[in-house]
Design a protein around this ligand. Sequence first.
Ligand code: NVA
Length: 309
Amino acid sequence: MRHFLRDDDLTPREQTAVLEMTATLRADRFALRPLDGPRSVAVIFDKPTLRTQVSFVTAIVELGGYPMVVDGNLAKIGVRESISDVANVLGRQMTAIVWRTHAQSRIEEMAAVAGVPVINALTDSYHPCQVLADLATVAQHRGGVGALAGQTLAYVGDGSNNMAHSYLLGGATAGMHVRIGCPGIFVPDPRIVADATARAAQTGGSVTVLDDRDQTLAGADVVATDTWVSMGREDEAAQREAPFVPFRLDAGGMALAAPDAIVLHCLPAYRGKEVTAEVLDGPQSVIWDEAENRLHAQKAILAFLLDNV
Ligand code: NVA
């Protein structure tokens, strides 16, 4: 039984195959129907969502299945009943489970018990479906999946959040040079940096954590940022502003990157905070391709997991 709980659950070869399939599905949306029946996939949200709900529901329908959207506030998984009891119930009826939740340990417990593939639709620690879509977007703009290896991806902002961690693992798996530029109090989890470094050693990529925005962005092929206040951290919004201001992505920062650098943002974006409107809405931004690629990438990972049960 295969799951997609963190980016390095796919080997480099498997990630390449999923990204190739993503491009195929972008060109031919109905090329695969692994959920014909329709077979049901549970899509559960313990945190807010827009893109993830829309793209998973569309993905499951276009693969021939039925998306069973579950409101985590009603289900109260782990409160009303244990995660393992929920996993047993869902596993008897669902073909796969997609879950956006808090601690990574929750989705690991679901995967250990459910008996069907489980996909991480964002946890506090990782957002692997987003980074799969991001890699697909880089491939789309750089002449294919084969062009990913060797690209420098510079992420500036909150180095301790799910996007930074997923860029480290997913980018290293793709053979990219991943740079994280962040304040010293918001650095990535050192265990994840170690895992990404080990993966990069296999792929020819590299991993660097810097506390200087300009050094991070210098010569980068791909530039990314994310909110300074991730879901669940809203109470810290005021204290989180000052340390991140020097890491804002603005036109001055973009001038340091490669002249043809592309800009990614997983959205929601806060213009004037982590990124200026000029950059986010400017000619180097590919955020709408990136948002569309959530659909294609999630179809590809669902098809991959269903093929490997
Ligand atoms: N780091 C953000 C990503 C949102 C898609 C958060 O967790 O809120």
